[in-house]
Design a protein around this ligand. Structure first.
Ligand code: SAH
Length: 235
């Protein structure tokens, strides 16, 4: 199986896969891990990967263009045995069922967010889905990608010494946290490949933006993580 990782910190992965099971799996050819530097897909001299969020707010977001260009170059066409996942605190919780499902793929692309996150169009139009490793916020998707690769790789044939040893390991239940997800965020350009940023974020009306964000956050939480909302919350 081939794992692709898209990151602004390729050196991060020098350590995690150079020990034990993963190291041997790579040496035997059962697993191949390709680390891609997001900055290789930036057209400007400064290799810019981030920009400020529309509508104001803290921090920076990863821009859509380099992520789309990179992912489309890594997977030039969609295929059933390839999957593109965005590591994100908003996603479906990664568990042993998901690991088993991914172990059936030929190639998996893991996109690592950084800063305050990633322009929402990546989740909407580039990734097949968003994947979280737990109800907590990490500084970047790199650790999460390493967790996913580790858990999936050890399920592949020939990776563990004893072929049946993975079958008897514990099955982890998905946890149940509480709270509301971050709202969808967008950075420049205001229109990318025909997908427009919600008009209200360009309005400069802070009260409207605040209300929109709360609604969008609730809507997204209801849609992606209804278990976090045991009762209906009114604005
Ligand atoms: N503002 C966002 C957090 C951004 S953290 C929010 O409140 O939801 C920066 C990056 O770290 C994210 O884009 C994502 O790629 C990664 N990340 C953070 N927590 C994660 C988790 N629980 N699982 C997987 N990736 C995570």
């Amino acid at each position: 199986m081939i794992f692709h990782v898209l990151t602004i910190f390729p050196e991060f992965f020098r350590g995690p896969f150079e020990h034990g099971v993963l190291q041997r799996a790579r040496q035997s050819g059962a697993v191949e891990i390709r680390i891609h530097n997001l900055r290789d897909w930036t057209p400007d001299r400064h290799k810019t990967v981030d920009d400020r969020p529309f509508g104001g707010g803290e921090g920076m977001l990863l821009k859509p263009e380099p992520l789309f260009l990179a992912a489309e170059s890594i997977f030039p066409e969609r295929r059933a045995d390839r999957r593109t996942l965005l590591l994100s605190a908003h996603g479906r919780l990664f568990d042993q069922n998901a690991a088993n499902e991914f172990a059936g793929l030929r190639e998996l692309l893991l996109i690592c967010g950084r800063y305050e996150g990633v322009d929402e169009r990546v989740a909407e139009h580039l990734a097949d889905s968003e994947l979280s490793i737990g109800n907590y916020v990490l500084s970047g998707g790199e650790l999460a990608a390493a967790v996913v690769i580790d858990a999936v790789a050890r399920l592949l044939p020939g990776v563990l010494g004893n072929a049946s040893s993975a079958a008897f390991e514990s099955f982890q239940q998905a946890g149940h946290g509480a709270g509301v997800l971050d709202c969808p965020q967008y950075t420049r350009p205001a229109e990318f490949r025909g997908w427009k940023v919600p008009e209200v974020l360009l309005s400069g009306n802070h009260e409207e933006i605040r209300r929109w964000r709360r609604q969008a956050a609730l809507e997204k939480t209801r849609r992606l993580r209804p278990d976090l909302l045991p009762f209906k919350i009114e604005d």
